[in-house]
Design a binder for this molecule. Structure first.
Ligand code: SF4
Length: 256
């Protein structure tokens, strides 16, 4: 039986949010990659910059953007689009690149459908490499874990506004900590954020070189302002300092 899944993706302009760019963060920062952005998230961080993937009309979630009188929750039909896996394969394969980043939202909410996309692309070229960006609260199935080359895990800190029991799921984080495919990346602003990262690395026995810490910022000037404090703590704890290339190149713009 042929199964054909549909994936709920973020919508950008008239189509799904699939775009070719440079990976802006993490251990493969700077490499060209095709990004595919999933809709839906099981968290609702107050500063999330992809709130279009989950802050739908009728939901109770709060967001920092609520302070802007012009901000409105999103109409789901306008910001999300169901796309057959075969169409995603076709759209991704149209780009001259074999690195694919499955992002979101939280892509691990739709694992079965992604498996079909991954299989479809590897049938075209076995050299395809898949990175998955996750908030670290959902366990990958064995099949999914085997199919993916790299997990970019971004556990959320207290500054997300999420309750600790929702953003920190110890069994899931321990699983990623034990998986050499997983890298952990954090955005930090204050000393308290970095104290939380230190506690995380101790609690889950993550070696410091698998922890990447980035300054917060939506402009190059913000990054520059926050970078020295982050760099100092990276030197102290052995973490890898990571810039945010896409912010420097394109600021807040989506789909690049
Ligand atoms: S986990 Fe990521 S996508 Fe989900 S709400 Fe938080 S920042 Fe946004």
């Amino acid at each position: 039986m042929v199964i054909s899944f549909r994936v709920l993706l973020a919508r950008l302009n008239d189509g799904p949010e699939i775009f070719f760019t440079l990976q802006g963060e993490g251990v493969s920062a700077g490499l060209p990659a095709v990004f595919v952005r999933a809709a839906l998230c099981n968290l609702h961080c107050r500063w999330c910059d992809t709130d279009n993937t989950w802050n739908f009309e009728g939901t109770p979630w709060k967001h920092d953007k609520d302070a802007d009188p012009a901000y409105r929750k999103h109409r789901k039909a306008e910001v999300a689009i169901e796309v057959p896996s075969a169409e995603i394969v076709e759209r991704v394969a149209a780009h001259p690149c074999r690195r694919v980043v499955l992002t979101g939202g939280e892509p691990l909410l739709q694992q079965e459908a992604w498996l079909e996309v991954i299989a479809g692309l590897r049938a075209i070229d076995p050299a395809y490499v898949f990175e998955v960006e996750t908030n670290g609260t959902r366990t990958p199935t064995e099949e999914f874990r085997a199919a993916v080359n790299q997990f970019n895990v971004s556990p959320k800190l207290a500054n997300s506004g999420m309750e600790a029991k929702l953003r920190t799921v110890p069994a899931v984080l321990s699983g990623f900590a034990a998986d050499p495919k997983a890298w952990f990346k954090f955005v930090a602003v204050e000393d308290g954020d970095m104290d939380e990262i230190l506690a995380f690395s101790r609690d889950f026995t993550v070696p410091p070189e698998r922890i990447l810490v980035m300054p917060e910022g939506r402009t190059a000037a913000d990054l520059d302002r926050h970078a020295p404090a982050v760099a100092a703590r990276c030197l102290l704890h052995g973490w890898r300092f990571c810039d945010r290339l896409h912010v420097r190149l394109w600021g807040d713009k989506r789909g690049v």
